[in-house]
Design a protein around this ligand. Structure first.
Ligand code: BDR
Ligand code: CA
Length: 305
């Protein structure tokens, strides 16, 4: 299994993604970005989840506090005022200060560790774009970037746009314009893979603090995710981890994509445009929901704490 870098804005579904990544991959570290909440909150949430899951050695690095060129839009209507409402973390008096050094840390990591770069991004692409704009020498080292973001024909923050691409459309557009192997996991598949309400009982059945945390977090999320149905809720970000580990669970199309940045009503809309013969971007158009969830549950069962 490759070792991976995670960029995220936890966030309930980011938390699930983080836990499944911990169980299935070697996580080299987490950079936090502003999105679901302000970056002080998303980085603190990442730290608390890692500590609770007993991965204190994995470091968190605070990144961008706002999109490349726009004011920040957050999602308290989905994730609450803390970004992880629903569970009360036990806060130790020794809670670590989180360094605001995401860009410097990535530069240190990529220059010292010469392996191929595997990167999973489950928030607005601000950190990823800002880093690669400043350090283009690493573009060719990226073996795979799996992104939760975008949608071909739907939206969840507007009728046209998915939240992560809406928040920072400039970053998303820039990343998709690079010749790097990107896998886009957007609403086209995340709205098919609904986590059933029965999951709350399954989380509790782990009889661990991770299970209790997931139960309480998702009890909140089940009430607030805007595209919930009686069948369940989309758990967007964890599908990007699935795409990295098990791309065969998905059907992919190679496409050139652009993201709308000018017309405010369509801000963040992702569209297919004619272009290169063999584009480096693949977009997920379908997912084997049963295989995905079977794998997800088996990974969560590995986390004992
Ligand atoms: C995305 O938006 C955020 O609220 C979620 O964490 C996910 O990354 C879904 O549109
Ligand atoms: Ca997210």
């Amino acid at each position: 299994m490759p070792s991976v870098y995670l960029d995220m804005d936890p966030g309930h579904d980011d938390t699930l993604a983080l836990l499944v990544a911990l169980a299935s991959l070697k996580v080299r570290g987490v950079t936090a970005v502003a999105g679901n909440q302000t970056v002080d909150k998303t980085s603190r949430n990442a730290r608390r989840v890692l500590d609770l899951a007993k991965f204190p050695e994995i470091t968190v690095h605070q990144g961008a506090g706002k999109p490349l060129f726009r004011p920040l839009v957050t999602a308290p209507h989905v994730h609450g005022s803390s970004g992880l409402d629903g569970y009360h973390f036990h806060i130790s008096s020794e809670e670590q200060e989180i360094p605001a050094d995401a860009q410097q840390w990535l530069e240190r990591e990529f220059s010292q560790n010469l392996d191929d770069i595997y990167w999973i991004a489950t928030g607005p692409l601000t950190n990823v774009a800002a880093f690669l704009i400043g350090h283009p020498q690493y573009l060719s080292r990226i073996k795979q970037l799996a992104v939760m973001g975008g949608a071909l024909n739907q939206g969840n923050i507007t009728p046209y746009a998915e939240f992560n691409f809406y928040v920072d459309p400039d970053a998303a557009h820039w990343v998709l314009a690079q010749e790097i192997p990107v896998k886009i996991v957007g609403l086209d598949v995340t709205h098919k893979a609904l986590l059933s309400p029965y999951a709350l009982e399954r989380f509790s059945a782990f009889e661990s603090e991770v299970g209790r945390m997931l139960h309480n977090l998702f009890a909140f999320y089940f009430k607030h995710e805007p595209n919930r149905t009686s069948q369940g809720v989309p758990v967007h970000d964890v599908l990007a981890v699935g795409a990295m580990v098990h791309p065969e669970f998905f059907s992919w199309q190679r496409v050139n994509l652009m993201v709308e940045r000018c017309h405010e009503s369509y801000r963040g809309q992702m569209t297919v445009v004619p272009g290169a013969q063999n584009p480096s971007t693949e977009v997920a158009v379908d997912v084997d929901v049963d295989s995905f969830f079977e794998w997800m549950w088996s990974m969560l069962a590995r986390l004992q704490s």
